[in-house]
Design a protein around this ligand. Structure first.
Ligand code: NAD
Ligand code: GLY
Length: 370
């Protein structure tokens, strides 16, 4: 499937994540909770739906309607990144054991990236692995976290430190769910959409620049296209490098800086997408100082990020030393060496340890003493 061939989408597209016997579809469109045929991805008699206290009242009844011939149990988690912990993961395992779910059970994640990452990790580890389905309900989860099989919980000392690569059986993106998503969460999701343009798709970046207003107005066609193109970009990278041995790391543009911010704020400050937006601006700045990224591209990057009311500077309380202390714990650190995703231009990213420490320090100082 070619990203470049993709045209303005009408509802209900299907993208294949090509991973051999672990391949799966991403269904994208309006009314997909009702129409995608969730039941076809459930093989046994039992299902455990994991959601949270905000999303369940909105969308759980529609999902339950699709599973009337199954024994369906539920875990409704507290809402928030700060609850993405081992303690809360245990609530899922307790329910699975109490309700006697065996290896034929299917887990369903109904929610944003927090619910999706936790449910995926529960599925990866319950009885050494049971199938799961992603029904992402935030823009961020629809374009990024539900696809690709990264599952995790946070540790107080570091973001997503405990987890597994574990692919879902299907991803069902019902774009109608975005109607209830708060504006701030919607914009946070746009950070990951912009990321695809920056790392590998300059034509998409240009399309985004030209469609800011339509996207902010949540024009259904523009949104469906942005989601589809993001998923195509992600599926392509994941198919090439499922477990991040190489190229997949480009999907982490801005994340080393961003995760440091989230950990510093104990997961209760900037939203994940907002922290990534700041991180992308910082990665672009370092790329520019290194001579690989032009001032013009820097200006375009900051302009697109801020057009979605996203931040480009870290929180006031954070100092360069705080970044350094947290960044050395990043999962891209290999053999003690920090690797970062840097930009060679809009649409071109590289994962490298080959940057001057002095320029990183300059980037951090400039960002923290604005
Ligand atoms: P989230 O899951 O916290 O959801 C954001 C907020 O929106 C929550 O309050 C949620 O209850 C609410 N919400 C969700 N859907 C809604 C809807 N349709 N209507 C109204 N409210 C709704 O946050 P997120 O931005 O979806 O995900 C962030 C998480 O995803 C982070 O933990 C991050 O680490 C993870 N992530 C994982 C990957 C991956 O590859 N696995 C990629 C990117 C991010
Ligand atoms: N969100 C980064 C990845 O999936 O690899």
């Amino acid at each position: 499937m070619s990203v470049a061939d993709s045209t303005i989408s009408s509802p209900a597209k299907s993208i294949n994540v090509d991973l051999g016997e672990r391949s799966y579809p991403i269904h994208i469109g309006s009314e997909q909770i009702l129409q995608a045929g969730i039941g076809q991805y459930v093989q046994g008699k039992k299902v455990l739906i994991v959601s949270n206290e905000t999303i369940a009242p909105l969308y759980l009844p529609a999902v339950l309607e699709q599973l009337q011939d199954k024994q369906v149990d539920q875990v409704i988690l507290k809402d928030g990144e700060q609850y993405k912990t081992l303690d809360n993961l245990n609530l899922i395992f307790t329910q699975l054991i109490e309700k006697q779910h065996d290896r034929k059970t299917t887990l369903i994640a109904l929610g944003g990236g927090v619910v999706g990452d936790m449910t995926g990790f529960a599925a990866a580890s319950y009885q050494r692995g049971v199938p799961f389905i992603q029904i992402p309900t935030t823009l961020l989860a629809q374009v990024d976290s539900s696809v690709g099989g990264k599952t995790a919980v946070n540790h107080a000392l570091g973001k997503n430190m405990i987890g597994a690569f574990y692919q879902p059986r299907a991803v069902i993106v019902d774009t109608d769910t975005l109607a209830t998503l708060p504006e701030r969460e919607f914009c946070a999701g746009m950070a990951e959409v912009i990321k695809y343009g920056l790392i590998s798709d300059d034509a998409f970046f240009l399309w985004l620049e030209e469609n800011v207003e339509a996207l902010l107005n949540r024009d259904p066609q523009a949104l469906a296209y942005a989601i589809e193109r993001s998923c195509l970009n992600k599926a392509k990278v994941v198919s090439a490098d499922e477990t991040e041995q190489g190229v997949r790391a480009i999907l982490n543009l801005g994340h080393t800086f961003g995760h440091a911010i989230e950990t510093f704020q104990r997961y209760t400050g900037l939203l994940h997408g907002e922290a990534v937006a700041v991180g992308m601006a910082m990665a672009a700045q370092l790329s520019m100082l290194s001579g690989a990224f032009s001032q013009q591209d820097m200006d375009r990057t900051k302009a697109l990020i801020t057009s979605f009311s996203l931040p480009v500077a870290p929180p006031q309380a954070m100092q360069a030393d705080d970044f350094m202390a947290l960044m050395v714990r990043d999962k891209k650190v290999l053999d003690g060496q920090l690797r970062l995703v840097l930009l060679n231009g809009i649409g071109s990213a590289v994962v490298t340890a080959d940057f001057r420490l002095q320029l990183l320090e300059e980037t951090l100082d400039k960002a923290c003493h604005r």
